[in-house]
Design a binder for this molecule. Structure first.
Ligand code: SF4
Length: 321
């Protein structure tokens, strides 16, 4: 789908397909708002690049590339010197990011934005010492299939492996650390990755580490097997709810203060809009898509936890962990 300036949806050349896998971001989307998940995963509506998200991508690229240089040269000035080159690469690979600065003819805002990226890179050196790190993996794409057929996938920023074989999963955040009451939500993504690593390698990561460059905080969590089993049950329940919504076409909007960051208000009933026509076949309750059309095994997981049996007002409402 393409969205025109008046908020109506125009058909896309790309045929919509049912969701076939789950990533931490898309799982969080569904928990935040099922309609947002539909817009992103099924309708694939375009979204405008944001300064914050693009800066995050740039900073991640710099931190990843810094490990290409010898350990002793991984200093803050060297890292900051990588910012302009990585910005050039980002502009080449994703030209749409230039939209962010079309109204900035003298380049003042761009210079400030690049300066903020440099500050975030510099702050990292107060939190970790890259001269003492040799990551086993950087920007690692992982994918694992659960016994139910659900595919989990994602990209892990950094994997460290100690000489003892213990694994640490590290994720960089360019925002601020959440307040303690929201820590569980922040850890959801890390437990998701830990579950994937456990399923792939048969070992439970020793430590999950979130590095918040925006506030200069490091949050760690040492998971145990029961944590990962709990996350797996939650994800199976979530996937079952997504399947029900996919089959019925019933994707409920769930307004929260996060709607302020949603690109799709013009198409959202909560804001007086109308979603585009649902692009997938609608099935009656109990009628399932043939396996070949589902993009997964089509098996139904047992004992869903925390998700209602039918699409009701609670759709998508479940804790992140
Ligand atoms: S505006 Fe809010 S309720 Fe509507 S789709 Fe976006 S996140 Fe959901």
């Amino acid at each position: 789908m393409e969205t025109s300036t008046d908020g109506t949806a125009e058909p896309s050349a790309e045929a919509a397909v049912p969701p076939g896998s789950l990533s931490p971001s898309r799982a969080s989307d569904f928990m935040q708002c099922p309609l947002l998940y539909r817009f992103r995963v099924i309708d694939r509506l375009p979204e405008k690049p944001s300064e914050a998200a693009t800066r995050g991508t740039l900073v991640h690229a710099v931190l990843e590339r810094l490990f290409d240089v010898p350990a002793g040269e991984r200093t803050a000035p060297r890292a900051k010197s990588l910012v302009p080159g990585q910005w050039d690469r980002l502009r080449e690979s994703r030209p749409e990011v230039l939209e962010l600065f079309t109204d900035d003819p003298d380049g003042e805002r761009l210079a400030r934005w690049l300066g903020e990226a440099e500050q975030l890179v510099e702050r990292w050196f107060a939190l970790e010492d890259p001269t003492r790190l040799e990551p086993a993996e950087r920007e690692l794409f992982v994918e694992a299939e659960l016994d139910s057929g659900l595919k989990l996938r994602g990209i892990i920023d950094r994997v460290d492996v100690a000489p003892t074989g213990e694994v640490r999963i590290v994720d960089y955040k360019t925002g601020k650390a959440p307040r303690p009451e929201y820590a569980e939500g922040a850890l959801f993504q890390m437990k998701f990755y830990a579950l994937v690593v456990w399923r792939l390698k048969g070992l439970v990561p020793r430590r999950l580490q979130l590095v918040y460059l925006g506030s200069g905080d490091v949050m760690t969590y040492d998971p145990v097997l029961a944590d990962l089993e709990r996350v797996e049950r939650k994800l199976l329940a979530l996937w079952e709810a997504i399947r029900r919504a996919t089959d019925s076409g019933d994707w409920r909007p769930r307004p929260t203060k996060l709607c302020g960051w949603c690109d799709h208000q013009a198409l959202c009933p909560e804001f007086g809009g109308t979603p585009p026509p649902y692009p997938l076949p609608v099935r009656a309750a109990g009628e399932r898509l043939p396996e070949a059309e589902r993009g997964d095994s089509g098996q139904t997981p047992t004992a869903p936890v925390g998700v209602p049996e039918s699409g009701d007002a609670e759709q998508g409402r479940m804790g992140p962990d």
